[in-house]
Design a binder for this molecule. Structure first.
Ligand SMILES: N[C@@H](CCC(=O)N[C@@H](CS)C(=O)NCC(=O)O)C(=O)O
Length: 305
């Protein structure tokens, strides 16, 4: 039986990243479907405060963010690799990927915001403090130009006839890019056709990306996943970099939170602090003792008293 449990909902492009990773590696996994907005009581019971999507659970270890999910899947299942162009470069694309996402998000907002139910709009306004929901209409032409500029980079990379962005096999670079083209095709099909219609290598690559799939998924009830955490012991070993730039120490109480959107903060005792990862140990009634892992890149660590 697989011990991989993905907490997510399919409409999220960041979930699509995790699905692509599971697809490249051809893995079996179980799926706890979460709501698209709070209340997300089961997920928050697991993480201790993080509400974002996706989250990967393996027993009493919880991996937050698609960036860390990529690292962890690669560690556990090295072949086939997610990093055909090398882990540093492919993971560095996460910030480019976020910029591509934002250009698509602004198009979706300009076209679809009036149809969004008020509570969903309020939630997303809270979630994305860097996006001005009041000016997305005025900024529509610029957003279109930015989305197309990102897509044109993909066309340029594929221009030599390669099948995937880093060569003959799919990897994280493709996974950092494809979900936003997928989102555009699904959420604003006509506009996507206008912006992407003259990019033939991109269209052929999209067809190849569809064949990557998602591995094999089986639904799981949230209560069962929480019980699995309760019955397990974290495998995380203490690993704090003696050269940690913040001078963090093992066992210190800290708060960890994303530095871009308000996906929620987690308090706990520091277990791992490296340039790649931060992890904290915490206790919760529903889960017992668990370790919550985050990427270091893009997450703040603030000591708490
Ligand atoms: N850097 C994060 C970003 C995740 C993210 O922003 N996910 C969105 C969904 S597209 C989210 O969490 N939305 C709020 C929610 O699901 O409650 C990652 O790569 O996992």
């Amino acid at each position: 039986m697989t011990d991989l449990i993905l907490w997510s909902y399919d409409a999220s492009p960041f979930t699509q990243k995790a699905l692509g990773m599971l697809g490249v590696k051809g893995l079996d996994w179980r799926w706890v479907e979460t709501p698209m907005m709070p209340p997300k009581d089961d997920l928050v019971a697991l993480t201790g405060g993080y509400r974002g999507t996706p989250v990967l659970q393996v027993g009493a270890d919880v991996y937050v963010d698609s960036q860390l999910i990529a690292r962890e899947l690669e560690r556990r299942f090295p072949s086939p690799t997610l990093f055909p162009a090398g882990g540093g470069l492919e993971l560095a694309l996460v910030r480019w990927s976020d910029a591509f996402f934002r250009s698509g998000l602004k198009l979706a907002l300009a076209l679809l915001l009036p149809q969004w139910p008020e509570p969903f709009r309020k939630d997303r306004e809270y979630l994305f403090p860097d996006v001005d929901f009041d000016t997305v209409q005025d900024d529509f032409p610029h957003a279109k130009s930015q989305f197309r500029a990102h897509a044109a980079l993909l066309e340029a990379q594929l221009a030599d006839g390669r099948d995937f962005l880093a060569g003959p096999a799919p990897g994280l670079a493709d996974i950092q890019a494809y979900p936003f083209v997928w989102m555009a095709r699904g959420a604003f099909t006509e506009l996507a056709g206008q912006l992407l219609g003259d990019l033939p290598a991109l269209a052929a690559w999209e067809s190849r990306m569809k064949t990557v799939g998602e591995g094999r998924r089986r639904p799981l009830a949230a209560a069962e996943a929480l019980a699995e955490a309760r019955g397990a012991t974290s495998r995380a070993a203490v690993n704090v970099d003696p050269r940690d730039p913040q001078g963090l120490r093992a066992g210190q109480r800290v708060e960890v939170s994303p530095d871009d959107t308000r996906r929620g903060a987690v308090h706990g005792e520091l277990v791992i602090a490296t340039a790649g990862e931060i992890a904290v140990r915490r206790r919760g009634d529903a889960v017992g003792e668990v370790v919550i892992h985050f990427p270091r890149l893009g997450y703040r660590v603030d000591p708490v008293a």
